[in-house]
Design a protein around this ligand. Sequence first.
Ligand SMILES: Cc1cc2nc3c(=O)[nH]c(=O)nc-3n(C[C@H](O)[C@H](O)[C@H](O)COP(=O)(O)O)c2cc1C
Length: 213
Amino acid sequence: MTLNRSNPEAIDVLLTRRSVKKADMVGPGPDDRAMERILAAGLRVPDHGRLTPWRFFVYSGDALLALAEAIGRIHKNEEPNATDAQKSKIAGFVTSAPVLVILASTPSDAKPVPKWEQQLSAGASAMSMLIAAHMLGYVGQWLTDWPAFSPGFKAYLGLGAEDQIAGFVFLGSQSETPPERLRPVMSDVVRFFKTREDVAMDSPVKPGNDAET
Ligand SMILES: Cc1cc2nc3c(=O)[nH]c(=O)nc-3n(C[C@H](O)[C@H](O)[C@H](O)COP(=O)(O)O)c2cc1C
């Protein structure tokens, strides 16, 4: 397959993609075929050393209710002094969107690939799934919140001490057009270097100083 095939519509998908709040999602969520493709996109990400440093837990239907109950029990155990408002927020955390992918970062020390790089790979996976969902006509939102940091919930998923929950990726359909989110101004965060002078101006070590150091 030619890899540098032009596909102007594909870039539009990237440039228009945005999150939709899980509370604003409606059904249908991605069906099994769509989920297979979304997950395949999540697996096809840069992964230094081919360590597959991620795991996916995919919930839909009644499994979401069972998951909510489990999270409620763990929250009660770990946060006995939580307010009613906190309890009800946690109780409803996983139930508002039709499909949920919990993405775990599971770095390995089998090869000397820095853990940070393996964690970045999990981020790439989440992003690829969001883009794939958008391409297939669904919407998504990537959240963390209390369960992502709960030792009890990590244990519930069978995750190890070095593992982290990279995110809860909620997927569904859009009910109404959300307001646009303010985006960063490119010039605030990007610097271009096109000539030797550009490089020289920005380099902390000026040309010709090498011999002095
Ligand atoms: C790792 C990670 C965790 C996030 N967790 C939350 C969260 O708990 N609550 C929240 O409101 N947004 C959270 N966000 C932000 C949203 O996913 C998203 O960036 C934002 O809603 C809109 O961005 P988008 O329209 O470009 O997708 C998180 C983002 C990342 C990358």
